[in-house]
Design a protein around this ligand. Sequence first.
Ligand code: SF4
Ligand code: SF4
Length: 173
Amino acid sequence: MTPLLTDTLCTNCGLCCDGTLFADVELVGLSEVARLEIMGMEVENEGRNTGLLSQPCAALRGTRCGIYAHRPKCCRLFECHLLQNAQLGAVTVERAMEQIADAREQIRQVRAMLGRLGNRDEALPIKERCAETLAAQGGTTSETKDRADLEAAMATLEKTIWNTFLGSGQRRE
Ligand code: SF4
Ligand code: SF4
C-alpha cells in the first residue's frame, strides 16, 4: 500500500471503520484478541481464537485509527475499491477525495434524518440504524414522509458504498 495515498485518502475517510462499510472487524488469533482486550477494546468472542470488534470502532478518532500501530491484521490488509483504483491510477487522488467527501455528505444527511426520527444510537452501524427506524410503523404524516425520505437517502448511500468503496474489492467481514 502506498503510504502517501493512505495518508491522503484514508485519514480523511474512515468509512471502513465507522460502521458505514462494515458492521464489525474479524480478529484472528489469540494474541490479536488478547492485545485488543488489553488495550481496553470490547471484543465479542466468537471462538477460542477468534473475535469480532464491533463498528463503529471504539478506536476511531474522527476519521483516523487511534490504535494505528496496533490495529488488527484485517484492518492492515484491507484496501477498498476506491483506494485500489487510486493506487492503479484509474482514478485521480483529487477525484477520490471528492468521492470520499460526497459519501461523507450522504452519511451526514442520513444521520441527520435518523436524528429527526428520534434514532440517536450512534453506537450502531448506519444500515442497522436505518433498518430499525424504517421498521417503525405509524406516526404522523410528516414522520411517514421523513421515513420515505430516509429510505431513499439510504438507498443512494448503499449504491455509493457498493459502487465506490466495495466494488470488486476484498471484503473485510
Ligand atoms: S474506505 Fe477506503 S479510502 Fe476510506 S479509510 Fe477505508 S480503505 Fe481508506
Ligand atoms: S482498529 Fe483502527 S483501523 Fe481497525 S476498524 Fe478500528 S479504527 Fe479502523
